[in-house]
Design a protein around this ligand. Structure first.
Ligand code: C2E
Ligand code: CA
Ligand code: CA
Ligand code: CA
Length: 279
């Protein structure tokens, strides 16, 4: 009929068709990646002013059979749309716990805390905390060896559920870091309501603080706020010694960024742990 015909997409646009093909190709490959467990984990050191490596952020990579190492920025949001992030997160946690188990068996990483990114989709799952704990237990990883990184945007909906899960993690000695701090829209008051251990200053602030007096004031305020709430404070995206020193002068005592190291494969990270005084 004419009415139905009006809703038919009549114009064939080769560019749009190409994009749609690319996306469905990527979707197919991503499904395969999950089935074939093609996700690996890189580690980026978290370092004190004195140069001690006290932790690492675990960052997922897709080891694609043809494209090589694929960055999470190209597939995380698609994986979320496809509902795959929960399963990917589980595979990532298995990898991390396997590495931690090996390192600790070798006497490395006893006091090391690995920070694990958890997406909203994973955290929403009812038995998230239970499963998380089970995977750690399976690999004999002590709970104080891991930290969960959550983002502000996760603290907006279903607040009671979020708080309950955070408390459950912390009662199991898993600490919580608030990632990308200051970039979300939530009001600061939530800081007092949510049980967190650390705030992570977002790299956009770090990048701009030296050329932008307002950014520098924001950083100073974040650090003071964190201190007054007794939270640990870490800065990410530290690329220069000057940035590190500026942050240090403001009272931020932990740093992560290219100035120390890019995210590196687990074996390389273990070598780094074996080389005290590296930084
Ligand atoms: P994020 O959690 O904010 O992670 C920090 C990102 O900044 C990482 O990008 C890291 O490689 C990069 N970075 C670290 N230091 C520097 C620096 O000095 N300069 C600059 N320019 N960048 C730096 P990456 O590894 O590409 O990860 C991107 C995002 O993907 C992460 O942002 C996180 O949101 C997500 N992601 C990564 N791994 C996982 C994971 O295992 N699970 C989940 N749910 N998300 C993940
Ligand atoms: Ca993170
Ligand atoms: Ca971050
Ligand atoms: Ca970020």
């Amino acid at each position: 009929s004419r009415a139905a015909g009006r809703n038919v997409f009549r114009f064939f646009d080769p560019a749009m068709q190409a994009l749609a093909n690319q996306r469905s190709q990527l979707e197919a490959e991503l499904r395969q990646a999950v089935a074939r467990r093609q996700f690996i984990v890189y580690y980026q050191p978290q370092v004190t002013y004195e140069g001690d490596v006290v932790g690492a952020e675990a960052l997922v990579r897709w080891q694609h059979p043809i494209r090589g190492i694929v960055s999470p920025t190209t597939f995380i949001s698609l994986a979320e749309d496809m509902g795959l992030m929960d399963e990917i997160g589980r595979q990532v946690l298995h990898r991390i716990c396997t590495d931690l188990e090996n390192w600790q068996r070798e006497g490395l990483a006893r006091d090391l805390v690995v920070a694990i990114n958890v997406s909203a989709q994973e955290f929403k799952v009812d038995n998230f905390v239970y499963r998380f704990r089970e995977i750690m237990r399976e690999h004999h990883v002590p709970s104080h060896s891991v930290k969960v990184e959550l983002t502000e945007s996760m603290m907006v909906d279903h607040i009671e559920d979020v708080i309950t899960k955070m408390q459950a993690l912390r009662s199991n000695e898993v600490s919580i870091s608030l990632d990308d701090f200051g970039t979300g829209y939530s009001s600061l008051s939530y800081l007092g309501r949510f049980p967190i251990d650390q705030i992570k200053i977002d790299q956009t602030f770090v990048r701009e603080m030296q050329n932008d007096a307002a950014m520098a004031s924001i950083i100073r305020s974040i650090i003071m706020l964190g201190q007054s709430l007794n939270l640990s404070i870490i800065a990410e995206g530290v690329e220069t010694e000057q940035q590190r020193d500026f942050l240090h002068a403001q009272g931020c005592l932990l740093y992560q960024g290219y100035w120390y190291s890019k995210p590196i494969p687990g074996e390389q990270f273990a070598d780094l742990l074996n080389t005290p005084g590296r930084f």
